[in-house]
Design a protein around this ligand. Structure first.
Ligand code: ATP
Ligand code: MG
Length: 559
């Protein structure tokens, strides 16, 4: 297995829309990219118009915009139908006095109405705040209070998790059922779309909260240029594709790459309701003949650990698969390559960046363990503590040259938190640590706070976790630095076991030796603890190393 990690995976000939991206890398400019949208021609900008209405105006009203699947329920809407529904929702919002710049939240399950609500809010110039469907009262309250939301669209079930009396700014709660049933005598559509400026607010997304309190990241309408260009070149969507992004719009991936980027490129998207279940997911790909599939490492790892189930389904429609949100373990890439004959293309970006920054473009070679190369038009730097660029191969702070169209407008209510990203002139500093090789590929090491320092050695948890899950007994792993009086920190691994394995001293020792022999002696965990499940962020399912570390520190304190 250790040898495999050095193997690169070349593109499958004919699988993608473009065979060679070299020319694009040289000719790409954000100005040209913007020309594919209508606002550069008409001078009238609105992200919701660009996303949906434009296609109707250009004659694609009859094209299928979405397939909705939930249990036995199936629905299909054309672009014309999505536009009409969005207009109706927009009219209802206007009738409740919603104005440009107001923060309007959406708290709905993954349904077409959730997507349509987001677009309707943006269409009338208000700022949409999508909330994740599994949030409980405090999560809902904290976010709406943070940016003083005034209106919320929800349904009669989820409204039970909205503590309205603790959210003073919230004056109106709209139920989707009621919105659907509202009728108007006089429809005046002429002034429904609010034409805005590039820098007017459009979308507020709260970060995943992997490192602390979630930040309210505000994006302006100009972000659509980034959404559109990355949808075209990274997602590789074309008219005949059926595109499925598995995340809910309450996470930035579910809105940017679940809604905006594919629809800006006129793709037919899949919206799936219900909980994760391997059989259902595979069945959905087969039934709808999904061609492009965008998911996250945590989901791929779960599918991998389900083993043989995949063999019961014909997934040959898939031609392009992507991943985001956490480091993508090489083991997962090899699994998909063997089982599906497709490569998983890792992509790196953040809520704050508005869109992809480092990607594996469809027809380029993949180096497992790397996130790919900078998106055309993006320049990456690896910086030292003084903000100076480090030579290739050195680990440092992953930074990006400013500006680019998707870069956030502000962190709601906090100039300080915003300014912290721009501490070196001309750079956006991500908070991740990485190195870049001679071919421009960027290798994620850890988040700034997660890097382990053991007896003077710096150890990135990702590499250790990836090695751990190569062992047949390990399903998932979260690795931290456990405080140690002599070494500063020692490597400690929390793991979950795959079905069929049970914990024993011998097994844990075998796993430890496996890492020692295949990675490095100093990276092998001194301690391995088996958990039933790892703590993860609610929205995006990222492993919360911060919580594992707190657990460990609290134990040390109380012992
Ligand atoms: P918070 O900022 O609240 O702590 P978060 O950083 O997890 O949460 P997001 O904006 O959802 O919030 O995630 C961005 C982060 O996710 C990146 O900074 C990086 O650490 C991680 N990430 C995203 N994509 C990848 C990837 N392909 N490989 C490795 N890490 C990734
Ligand atoms: Mg972050």
């Amino acid at each position: 297995m250790a040898v495999l990690e050095r193997e690169i995976i070349a593109p499958v000939p004919g699988a993608y829309n473009l065979e060679n991206y070299d020319a694009l890398r040289h000719t790409f400019s954000w100005e040209d990219a913007a020309k594919e949208l209508s606002f550069t021609k008409t001078g009238k900008l609105n992200a919701a118009y660009e996303t949906i209405d434009r296609h109707v105006d250009e004659g694609y009203g009859n094209k299928v915009a979405l397939h909705y699947v939930n249990g036995d329920e199936r629905r299909l809407l054309t672009f014309q139908a999505v536009k009409e529904k969005t207009d109706h929702y927009a009219r209802v919002l206007k009738s409740h006095g919603v104005k440009k710049g107001d923060r309007v939240f959406v708290f709905l399950p993954k349904t077409p109405e959730c997507y349509i609500s987001i677009l309707a809010i943006i269409k009338i110039g208000a700022i949409a705040g999508p909330l994740f469907e599994a949030f409980m009262e405090d999560a809902v309250k904290d976010r709406i209070n943070d940016c003083k939301g005034t209106v919320l669209i929800t349904d009669n079930e989820m409204v039970k998790r909205v503590p309205q009396k603790d959210i003073p700014s919230l004056h109106t709660i709209l139920d989707v059922g009621e919105i659907e049933n509202t009728t108007f005598d006089d429809k005046n559509d002429c002034d429904l779309v609010e034409w805005v400026d590039l820098d007017d607010g459009m979308l507020i997304h709260y970060t995943s909260g992997s490192t602390g309190k979630p930040k309210g990241v505000l994006h302006a309408h100009r972000v659509v240029t980034h959404h559109h260009a990355s949808g075209k070149w990274v997602l590789d969507v074309k008219d005949e594709d059926v595109y499925w992004c598995t995340s809910h719009p309450g996470w930035v991936t579910g809105s940017v790459y679940g809604l905006f980027a594919p629809w800006l490129n006129r793709a037919t998207i899949v919206i799936q309701g219900g909980r994760f279940k391997a059989e259902n997911w595979y069945q959905l790909i087969h039934e709808l003949q999904v061609t492009i599939w965008y998911s996250a490492p945590t989901a791929f790892r779960m599918l991998l650990s389900q083993g043989e189930v995949i063999k019961n389904f014909d997934l040959s429609s898939l031609r392009h698969v992507l991943s985001v949100g956490e480091p993508l373990n090489p083991e997962v890439i090899y699994w998909a390559w063997k089982q599906l004959g497709v490569r998983i293309h890792d992509t790196w970006w953040m809520t704050e960046t508005g869109g992809h920054l480092i990607v594996n473009l469809p027809a380029e070679t993949i180096k497992p363990g790397s996130m790919g190369r900078p998106f055309p038009g993006i320049t990456v730097g690896i910086l030292d503590e003084d903000g100076q660029e480090l030579p290739r191969g050195s680990v440092g702070q992953l930074a990006v040259r400013t500006p680019w169209p998707g870069l956030m407008k502000e962190i709601w209510g906090s100039k300080d938190r915003f300014n912290a990203y721009f501490k070196y002139d001309g750079w956006y500093v991500s908070g991740d640590l990485a190195y870049q090789d001679e071919d421009d590929y960027v290798f994620f090491q850890s988040r700034d706070d997660d890097m382990i320092n053991s007896a003077g050695e710096r150890i990135g948890p990702f590499e250790v976790e990836s090695k751990l899950i190569e062992h047949p007994a390990v399903a998932e792993a979260g690795v931290i630095g456990k405080p140690d009086p002599i070494r500063g920190e020692v490597v400690k691994a929390f793991i979950t076991l795959r079905p069929g394995f049970s914990e024993s001293k011998e097994l844990l020792e075998e796993i430890r030796i496996f890492v020692r022999n295949n990675l490095a002696a100093h990276s092998a965990p001194r301690e391995i603890e088996v958990l039933d499940e790892l703590p993860k962020t609610v929205i995006s399912g990222k492993i919360l190393r911060r919580q594992l570390k707190e657990l460990e520190i609290n134990r040390t304190k109380s012992s």
